[in-house]
Design a protein around this ligand. Structure first.
Ligand code: N01
Length: 865
């Protein structure tokens, strides 16, 4: 056949393989095995001359895993689990490489791996619906599916050190260590970097070298691994029931069966906190500090207690105080740069031939032929070890020339940061999968667990497609955009974005600053991926002999912390409030209030009584710490006019007080069914008149009064504004209405869309309204302020609505009606929030921006002339 005919034949031919997988590490090996088991033809392309991936390349001295080997191993083969015994808690690189070699032999994987072969380009052929994969051997492979199993930390970054390349002595890179090893005996050695690779290698290099100089830009949190034989307890936990053990790992946050911290750091005494940290330290477990308390990775003050504790440990080990200080991390929160566990790392700096150069004080001016010049000194070396890290998560993927539909280059698509659906797939690149790709838990988890989950998901997906006679899959733009948003939402409520870490791409000059992994946890993530399949591959479009079809949609629509809250409530099995008696409902509200974080400290809290419409009403005043007088906010709590009190809304009132700088007076109006409509609003109006008249006595500025309320309390606040307008006073500077009840009409869409499953249900709204007002009264504007004859002349307003709230549409309608009546009204819709989430200070962190907006509005109203 002529070359032209051959090329024409190949251009029109179908795939020769079902799947090409790139990489023969943990992920690629299992992917191959899984695909074979499902009856797919597959080939792995690997640039190294053997299996192992990361464990093939990272042969630097001291390299070992830092998730216990029992956990950091495959679970798919029960026989392998029984026969392979790890010699240490944290196995060395050679042992892990032997393990992967054993797996390859046991399952006869090598025969389908092309070693010493690199993928040079991969192009999607839209006409033939396949990938054309060109390799360094000059061949082209046509495959229906293309899987990148290239690892998250596999492309070493080129050291961005001035003078790089000039050094005439020996240079080594931890991520590309020579197979024959390196003999440091009698040599003057420099190590640049103090990340995990350096922390592991420095103590070993120090044992051989004549002199060791460590160049540190950012000190890292590390602590002893207490490595040794696998503990009896761990072995027993695993051996007793390996399947249950693995199941617990899969249903954990990080892929290791570890009790999650449910209590917040400041919910216990300092002594208890320190005891917990000593326990975490002694455990030698990488994840123990992150799991010590629920808020370590989200609350700066809680995290600071870990940082203080670990800095104390460093000071207790390192004898020279200046070196100890330089080794103590201060510029990032614990865990926001990948922490380490070590063997004698800090002790190494007590050795007489080891010294530390703090590059923050004395930066590298240039690498020279003889060694390294810093701003103030010149060092001569025989060897420089670059432990300068990787272009993490995206580097290895975009370094291959991958082009999707219409020749779109993946590197271009991801130029501003990776965009994926589930961290597995990306639009414009059909039949492309990235194992532990960006936007999946990956590096925040035990990789073995995350790899197995992805491999199994891809296997299942391909098998389902085959069964349904489909051969092209691609995520929809809607699903991808929403997933990217969801990944960012998770990052936003954590401390991670504050650090200059490789998680943020900050270690590679010019790389966009984007949080790369998914923080939601492997348990939640697994459930989400399973849900996508259960909902008929939600967010994916398919094509093939069976025809084209698209199941567009978004799998995670709630804010991550709101979703976690709903899961926790579902687990508690709390009965619906409308099934309780009023007394039990009130008891329940009081009991749950006692379990919450208290909210911020304010200057002063005073309980008092004011005259209501029919007798005394309790109030609670929150005074800012700043010197007064202050503007005043009359606040009305939520609770459907039936339940609630100053206690139930206490954290929100504190938060509003601190953020707005105003006095907040939380008024305990009368409740139904004892005092039905219009008792609550009459009390509200009476209270506002009294507060206005007594502003100076309360420490406020006379004439500077705003109102605020949540839910039924926002209904009271809205009605009070109308009553004050109609009565000619008192003057109200503004109204902030959080998820207000404004109408009695249950036909709005939000009642159908969000009527069940988001705490406030349609049934509960009915229960509240039935207790509060007779049907004949419900259309009265004092019950349904949206029905007022006119809304003109009302105070400026901020109306906050939540996406998953039955009351959403009546809140939005009130904002629109106010604006239509010429009122300065702003509507703030909160994406992914539910009726009850915004008031949950220090629990729903994603509600903080809305709380801030509410306080800013109050500040603005009270500052207006
Ligand atoms: O890389 P790193 P790594 N001038 O990026 C410094 C995994 N891993 O290879 O922080 C001076 O963490 C850089 O300084 P700074 C693990 O997930 C696991 O050590 O950017 N210094 C930093 O100190 C880990 O997190 C194990 O200011 C420069 C260091 O080099 C990830 O792989 C073992 C510099 C790089 O640290 C990466 O670890 C090893 C410059 N121009 C790795 N450029 C296990 O135990 C960079 N640095 C399983």
């Amino acid at each position: 056949m002529s070359a032209a005919m051959e090329s024409a034949r190949s251009a029109s031919a179908g795939p020769e393989l079902d799947v090409v997988v790139v990489g023969a590490g943990f992920a690629g090996l299992y992917m191959l095995h899984r695909l074979r088991g499902l009856g797919f033809s597959a080939k792995v392309i690997e640039s190294a001359d053997d299996v192992g991936g990361t464990w093939y390349w990272n042969r630097y001295p001291g390299a070992r895993c830092d998730i216990e080997s029992i956990d950091y191993s495959y679970s798919f083969d029960p026989e392998l689990q029984r026969e392979w015994q790890w010699s240490e808690r944290y196995a060395t690189q050679p042992e892990i490489l032997r393990y992967l070699g054993h797996v390859a032999d046991k399952h006869d994987l090598r025969r389908d791996i092309a070693f010493s072969t690199r993928v040079e380009a991969a192009r999607w052929d839209d006409d033939a619906s396949l990938w054309r994969i060109r390799t360094s051997r000059g061949d082209e492979i046509r495959a229906r599916f293309y899987v990148m199993a290239t690892g998250c930390l596999s492309l070493p970054k080129t050291p961005d050190v001035p003078g790089y390349g000039r050094f005439a002595g020996e240079s080594y890179y931890t991520g590309r260590w020579p197979h024959q090893g390196v003999d440091f005996s009698g040599k003057r050695v420099a190590v640049i970097g103090t990340g995990s690779s350096a922390v592991q290698s420095i103590p070993i290099i120090a044992r051989q070298a004549a002199e060791l100089t460590v160049f540190q830009r950012t000190p890292n949190f590390s602590r002893p691994a207490f490595n040794g034989p696998v503990t009896d307890a761990k072995k027993a936990a695993f051996d007793t029931d390996p399947a249950a053990y693995r199941a617990a790992a899969r249903l954990s946050g990080a892929g290791v069966p570890l009790e999650p911290g449910l209590v917040r750091a400041f919910q216990v005494s300092e002594a208890e906190r320190l005891a917990k940290y000593e326990e975490a330290y002694a455990s030698g477990e990488l994840l123990a500090f992150g799991a010590a308390f629920a808020d370590i990775l989200s609350n700066p003050e809680a995290n600071a207690t870990v940082c203080d504790f670990l800095r104390g440990k460093i000071r207790s080990i390192v004898r020279d105080p200046e070196t100890a200080e330089a080794l103590s991390p201060k510029d990032h929160f614990y865990g926001t740069k990948r922490p380490c566990i070590d063997t004698s790392y800090f002790e190494t700096f007590n050795l007489p031939h080891v010294r530390l150069v703090d590059l923050r004080k004395d930066p590298i001016a240039s690498i020279t032929e003889q060694g390294i010049d810093t701003a103030t000194r010149s060092f001569a070396f025989d060897v420089i070890v670059f432990a300068t890290g990787f272009d993490a998560m995206t580097g290895a993927i975009v370094s291959v020339d991958i082009a999707g539909r219409n020749g779109l280059a993946l590197a271009d698509k991801w130029a501003d940061g990776p965009k994926t659906y589930l961290g597995l797939t990306t639009t414009g690149f059909p039949n492309f999968f990235a194992i532990t790709g960006p936007g999946s838990p990956s590096v925040l988890s035990n990789m073995a667990v995350s790899i197995e989950q992805h491999v199994e998901w891809v296997g299942r997906c391909l098998a389902d497609m085959r069964e349904q006679r489909l051969d092209v899959i691609e995520p929809t733009p809607t699903a991808e955009t929403a997933w990217v948003q969801h990944v960012n939402d998770g990052a936003e409520i954590s401390l991670f974005p504050r650090a200059n870490s490789w998680y943020m791409g900050a270690n590679v000059p010019g790389k966009p600053r984007v949080f790369l992994p998914y923080i939601g946890g492997v348990d939640r993530y697994r459930k989400t991926c399973d849900e996508v399949i259960r909902r008929d591959y939600l967010g994916f479009a398919f094509d093939g002999p069976a025809g084209a079809r698209c199941n567009d949609g978004v799998v995670c629509r709630l804010q991550p912390d709101v979703a976690m809250l709903l899961d926790a409530l579902a687990e508690l099995g709390v009965p619906p409030m409308e099934s309780l008696s009023v007394e039990d409902a009130r008891r329940f509200v009081i009991a749950s209030a006692a379990l919450r974080p208290p909210g911020p400290e304010v200057g002063e809290i005073v309980d008092g009584e004011l005259p209501g419409a029919a007798g005394g009403l309790a109030y609670r005043l929150y005074r800012p710490a700043s010197p007064g007088p202050h503007g005043i906010v009359a606040y009305f709590h939520g609770g459907g006019w039936v339940v609630g009190s100053a206690d139930s809304d206490d954290p929100l009132c504190r938060d509003l007080c601190v953020r707005s700088g105003a006095i907040v007076v939380s008024v305990d109006y009368r409740h139904a069914p004892e005092a039905r409509f219009p008792a609550a609003v009459d009390d509200g109006f009476a209270a506002v008149r009294w507060i206005a008249a007594n502003a100076a006595m309360l420490g406020g500025v006379p004439g500077k009064l705003a109102v605020c309320g949540w839910s039924a309390g926002a209904n009271v606040a809205a009605v009070v504004c109308q009553l004050a307008r109609d009565a000619g006073g008192p003057a109200i500077a503004g109204q902030v209405l959080l998820t207000p009840a404004t109408d009695c009409d249950f036909t709005r869409a939000s009642y159908a869309e969000n009527g069940d499953g988001y705490v406030l249900t349609t049934a509960l709204v009915r229960w509240f309204r039935d207790h509060y007002a007779d049907p004949a009264d419900r259309r009265n504007p004092k019950a349904s302020p949206l029905r007022a004859h006119s809304l003109a002349g009302l105070p400026p307003a901020l109306i906050v609505t939540c996406e998953f709230d039955p009351l959403r549409d009546e809140g939005a309608a009130y904002a629109a009606a106010l604006a239509a009546a010429g009122v300065d009204a702003r509507h703030l819709p909160c994406r992914g929030q539910i009726h009850t989430s915004i008031p949950m200070v220090d629990v729903i962190l994603s509600g903080a921006p809305a709380r801030q907006e509410m306080a800013a509005a109050l500040r603005r109203f009270l500052a207006a002339p």
